[in-house]
Structure formats: C-alpha cells, structure tokens
Design a protein around this ligand. Structure first.
Ligand code: F6P
Length: 345
C-alpha cells in the first residue's frame, strides 16, 4: 500500500508528532509513505518526499511542519486545472490512500475529494484556533495558548512597572479559545472574544474602577476576529478559501486607542500574531498529535475512508469528515459566563 500525507493551512505545533505517529504505524504495517509538500499545492505540482523512519524519528519536538504548508484550494471556482492536476498526480504517484492534516479548509478539500472523486482520504484535525467541530481539542491549541500565556505574563511585569494598560491581540480567527484561555490563565482584566458583542465602554468603566481602587495597571486580551463598530466597513484581502486576512484589521491597536480615549491610563498594544503559532509542541500536543496520527494510520489500514480522527473525552475515534467541517466550534456562552467570575465585571 502506498500512502500520501500532506499538511495544509496555517501551521501549528503538533503536526510533526502527528506525521511521525502516522508514518511509524504505517511502516509497521508494511506501507510505503510519501509526503506531498506545501499542502494541496504539492499535489497540484507533484512535489513529494519519502517519509521513512529516519526522516520522522527525530521530529517529535519540532514545531511547524516538515512537509511545509500553503492555503491552496483546488476547489476554488476557476482552479479546475489545479483539481485535475491533483487527481492526475494521485494516479501518477500510485497513491492508495491520502492522509490530509488540516483545519476546516484543508479537510473540506479532503471531504470533497472523497465524496466527489472517490479518493480514499482520511483527515487529521489541526488548528491552533481549536475551532473544529466534533473533536474536543485540536493539537496546536495548547501550545499556542501557552505561548500567549507566557507572553502575557511577561507583559504584565512591564505593565506594572510603568503603570499602564497593555492590550494584547492574539490569533484565533472567529473562535475566542486562545484569547479566553490565555486571559483567564494570566489573570487578565478584560477579554474580547468574537462570540461576545464588544463593549468598549464597559471595558473602560472597569479599567477606571480598578484604577480607583488602587490597581494602576491592567491587561486586556483581544481575539483577532473581534469587530468593533468603529471598524465597520474596513476591507482586507481574502485568501483562497475566502477568509479575511485578520492581521490587516488591527483590532488590538484599535481597542488600545478606544481605551486611551476613555480612561486616564497610558495604553500600549502588542499584536502577538504568528508568535503564538511557533515553537515546540507542548506535552499535550505531542501526545495528541501522536495519538491522532496513529489513529489516522489505523483508519487507512482498516480502509475506513472519509473519516476524520476526533478526540472525544479521552478516546480518539473516526467521525465523518463532512460532519466536522463547515461547522465552527466556537466558545459556548455558558463557559464564558462561568469564567466571567474572574474578569469583565
Ligand atoms: O491557522 C489559523 C490562523 O492561525 C488564524 O488564527 C489566523 O487568522 C490565520 O491563521 C493567519 O494565517 P496566515 O497569516 O499564516 O495566513
């Protein structure tokens, strides 16, 4: 059996442990494994590398992906030639099964290849945004939230020294998981997440109150997908899957300006951006990546096509890819409300 693996979309820590787990399991079953590089682009261009034991053994602690990544979408209207190339290369490389590691977009392509073209695909969910349905966690999230947490801990020290408010913008697209978890765990004073209508006046009032009771510094966390009324109509480029490049929306700096206008605090802003996607995978993500990689290989060995590996409770199991994609897992309001005991009031 010859199996192809690719990683698409934004990279995140945990991809290499997942590749490693899948390859090691497949090799145990006598399969040949190759990696298509740069996501779906590798299949469009026919670019591949062998995935042997020597290649994958040392990569457990490496962030990013040894297979590289891209946001190529062969199903985008107008990209029909790309889709033909993908199908032709799957034949040319004599691929019996394809493991696609990605978020909603990459797995959406895998699902279409399976349902519309009969390609034997299996999906591995990854995203630091943690917004994929049917899986409790995606690898990448724990590592990213920890990087954000350590950065915020450091920024709190300088905020205290200079008696300032520091506004910190973190990635997370349209789900506030990274923002909420890093805010709660760092003891932030306020957090804006896309799931909750932003109330700048309430935030400023809270900051004025903490100042009045003698706390002369503050930390405000903003998820990149939050849209303030003053940002209405702001336009930015779209990627191949039709998503806005949120880095160009400047929500963190905008929140900082709005707070400065409403309080006596000196305000600074920091956009953590891609920093949170880098670095070594955490222990949790190394374990989760390894487990889902092994399970993806098992689905291939069992010829259980069209499935995505999901973590449910402490079990890893296969669920239909199409049930997981196109259905974002955002922060439940009840969770936000419960945690609000410690901030935003
Ligand atoms: O992987 C998802 C994500 O991290 C989002 O949180 C962010 O908006 C996006 O990727 C940015 O990706 P890039 O700049 O690499 O296209």
């Amino acid at each position: 059996m010859k199996v192809g693996i690719l990683t698409g979309g934004g990279d995140c820590p945990g991809l290499n442990p997942a590749i490693r787990g899948a390859v090691m399991r497949l090799l145990d079953h006598g399969a040949e494994v190759i990696g298509f590089t740069h996501g779906w682009k590798g299949l469009v261009d026919g670019r591949a590398m062998p995935l042997t034991l020597d290649v994958v053994e040392p990569i457990i602690s490496e962030g990013g992906t040894i297979l590289r990544s891209s946001r190529t979408n062969p199903f985008k209207p107008g990209n029909e030639a790309q889709l033909e190339a993908v199908l032709a290369n799957l034949k040319k490389f004599e691929i019996d099964a394809l493991i696609a590691c990605g978020g909603d977009d990459t797995l959406g392509v895998a699902s279409k290849l399976y349902h519309q073209h009969g390609i034997n695909t299996v999906g591995v969910p990854k995203t630091m945004d943690n917004d994929l349905s049917l899986t409790d966690y995606t690898f990448g999230f724990d590592s990213a939230a920890n990087v954000a947490l350590h950065a915020i801990d450091g920024l709190r020290d300088t905020a205290k020294s200079h008696e300032r408010v520091i506004v910190i913008e973190v990635m997370g697209r349209h789900a506030g998981w990274v923002a909420l978890y890093s805010a709660v765990a760092s003891g932030a004073d306020w957090v804006f997440i896309p799931e909750v209508e932003p109330d700048i006046d309430a935030c400023a009032k809270h900051l004025n109150q903490i100042r009045a009771r003698g706390k002369k510094w503050g930390i405000v966390i903003v998820s990149e997908g939050v849209e303030l009324p003053v940002m209405a109509g702001a336009e930015t480029e779209l990627d191949a899957f039709g998503h806005k490049f949120l880095k160009d929306m400047f929500v963190g700096p905008t929140v900082a300006k709005e707070i400065a206008a409403r309080t006596d605090f000196e305000v600074r802003d920091v956009v953590l951006g891609h920093i949170v996607r880098g670095g070594h995978p955490s222990l949790f993500d190394r374990m989760l990546g390894t487990r889902v990689g092994i399970k993806a290989a098992d689905l291939v060995i069992d010829k259980d096509w069209g499935k995505m590996v999901a973590l449910q409770g402490n079990d890893v199991l296969g669920v239909p890819i199409e049930d997981a994609v196109g259905n974002q897992k955002t922060v439940p309001i009840e969770l936000y409300e419960t945690l609000r005991t410690t901030f935003n009031k």
